[in-house]
Design a protein around this ligand. Structure first.
Ligand code: ADP
Ligand code: MG
Length: 501
């Protein structure tokens, strides 16, 4: 049924009371298509709005209404397929998936079953330990979202908001290729990055734009697949991880007690951090899928695929590889920078300088972006490009460090001033007299004074050359950190007649 399974790796095994268990995870991610209108109607697909404001007669399933496919949603699905390096099916079919629910006025959802628009693809993950994993994509299909039943607005009524009814979703189904909660989190994070680069889904999980059905099973290494549970509609990356951890422990406990796992649908409760059964396979629906007679099969030619492909932006993996070769970055640094297009662009602006020709110390740029800038950005809950320092300002700061005008330590102070008061680093250094002292005349006087005042330390230095650091520290204190450490070292070595550190 499935493509070949990944080999068992010791690092992913979970210790139970009776031995090791291997965890198997497959995710079905629902991603809302970024589009102005819904999949089969002209109503707005925008998030929010007054209840039932974005509802056409088609979305409300008035008798005699006919669905008309929104071409842009089809293009978005093709772009996404290309971004997942997947097979694009130039002929696909819309089916009716029949079930009753108050927020589903048609009595069926238009979806794709046997013939989806996108076939097999893959997503590459870089994990914290430096290893790489490829997660297989089984398919991507287009379908309608349902409306929303609201049960807590009225004491004895439920109400229905159809704004979401008919909005286009892409269901992206992975193979059961993930082996830990960490891998599942990395997969959803990477998937979201790809969708955001492509502009095909905004990835805002707190608005429900992306949510996952989480399939988890455990097995003894090398044994056949275990029975899985499916936890529905988990809507944050953290909760996906917690769902998996909870299910792993629960399933292992049941199996080690001699019980069996029921193939069932469960729900995650974030307040209690647990999953609970929702319905079992016996109650499972027979959806009676059949091709929707109101819609022709969806067909397009290779020329369309080629055109959309030629218009795609640089994809995250390509950008990462380019960063590693152009700027000599480590895979880890590159991975963090490409996480969003804006942080990647910000880094390139800093590294490439005002003329765009490059030449700035890229490693220095990375360190400042991931260090001080990230700190400020995280505290504000924004991206590094919005931390409060422009690429120009950070670039200037790096120039001042690179040409020896200021030390890294002073640069930290200058950056704080930029954060708090704004301004150009070069002007701040000038105005506050923060230039590094490399001028030997002035430094020499200070060094002489410290040597004269500390005969004991001078004596000790003869047997312990490493204590020269103490003298450097003294000079730094006297100059409030402005002395150029190399210049100080040279002076001290010459005066105290010792070799290099
Ligand atoms: P269904 O259509 O009933 O939901 P599928 O076979 O299409 O079932 O699988 C749905 C998801 O469940 C896929 O993401 C797949 O990778 C995952 N899955 C299938 N078998 C297992 C298993 N034994 N353990 C964990 N996940 C699984
Ligand atoms: Mg399913």
């Amino acid at each position: 049924m499935y493509k070949e399974a990944r080999e068992t790796q010791d690092k992913n095994l979970v210790k139970g009371a009776t031995g090791d268990w291997e965890v198997v995870i497959g995710l079905e991610v629902h991603a809302q298509v970024t589009s102005k209108a819904k999949l089969f109607s002209g109503a707005s697909a925008q998030y929010g709005g007054e209840p039932n404001d974005h509802v056409s007669l088609v979305d409300a399933a008035m008798p005699g209404m006919l669905p008309v496919i929104n071409e842009e949603c089809v293009h978005q699905a093709i772009r996404t397929g290309l971004g997942l390096r997947a097979k694009i099916n130039k002929r696909s079919v819309f089916d009716r998936k029949n079930y009753f629910y108050p927020d589903l006025p048609q009595g069926y959802q238009i979806s794709q079953f046997k013939d989806p628009i996108v076939g097999e693809g893959k997503v590459l993950l870089d994990l914290k330990d430096g290893s790489q994993v490829t997660i297989g994509i089984e398919r991507l299909h287009l379908e309608q979202d349902a409306g929303k039943s609201i049960h807590d607005l009225h004491p004895d009524h439920s109400v229905v908001d159809l704004n979401r009814s008919g909005v286009a979703l892409m269901e992206i189904v992975s193979y059961p290729d993930m082996r830990s909660a960490e891998e599942a989190r990395a997969y959803v994070t990477k998937l979201r990055t790809i969708l955001r680069y492509l502009g095909t889904c905004d990835g805002n999980m707190d608005e429900g734009s992306m949510r996952a059905d989480v399939n988890v099973s455990v097995r003894r290494p090398g044994e056949p697949w275990g029975t899985r549970t499916e936890t529905k509609n988990v809507n944050s990356i953290r909760f996906i991880g917690q769902t998996i951890e909870y299910e792993i422990n629960r399933q292992i406990d049941v199996l080690e007690d001699g019980g069996t796992i029921d193939q069932e649908t469960r729900l995650y409760d974030p307040k209690k951090n647990e999953t609970r059964p929702m319905r079992s396979k016996e109650e499972a629906h027979d959806y009676r899928y059949f091709p929707d007679p109101d819609l022709l099969p969806l067909e397009f030619d290779q020329a369309l695929v080629d055109r959309l492909k030629s218009e795609l932006p640089e994809l995250p993996d390509d950008k990462k590889n380019r960063f590693m070769s152009d700027y000599d970055l480590s895979p880890y640094d590159a991975e963090i920078l490409i996480a969003t297009r804006s942080s990647a662009d910000f880094f390139e602006k800093v590294a490439n300088g005002p003329d765009g020709k490059g030449g700035r110390d890229a490693k220095l740029a990375v360190n400042w972006i991931m260090g001080d800038l990230s700190g400020h950005a995280n505290a504000k809950g924004v991206g590094v490009h919005e931390a409060g320092v422009s690429a120009d300002q950070l670039g200037q700061l790096i120039d001042l460090i690179s040409d020896g005008t200021i030390s890294g330590k002073i640069a930290k102070d200058v950056l704080e001033i930029v954060f708090n008061e704004g301004g150009n680093p070069a002007d701040i250094v000038e105005a506050k007299g923060l230039k590094q002292m490399s001028d030997t005349g002035e430094l020499e006087a200070i060094v002489d004074e410290i040597i004269a005042n500390n005969p004991k330390q001078v004596e000790q230095l003869k047997t312990k050359p490493k204590t020269i650091g103490w003298f450097v520290g003294q000079v730094m204190q006297k100059t409030k950190g402005k002395a150029n450490p190399q210049a100080v070292n040279k002076l001290l070595q010459a005066k105290l007649e010792i070799g290099e550190g």
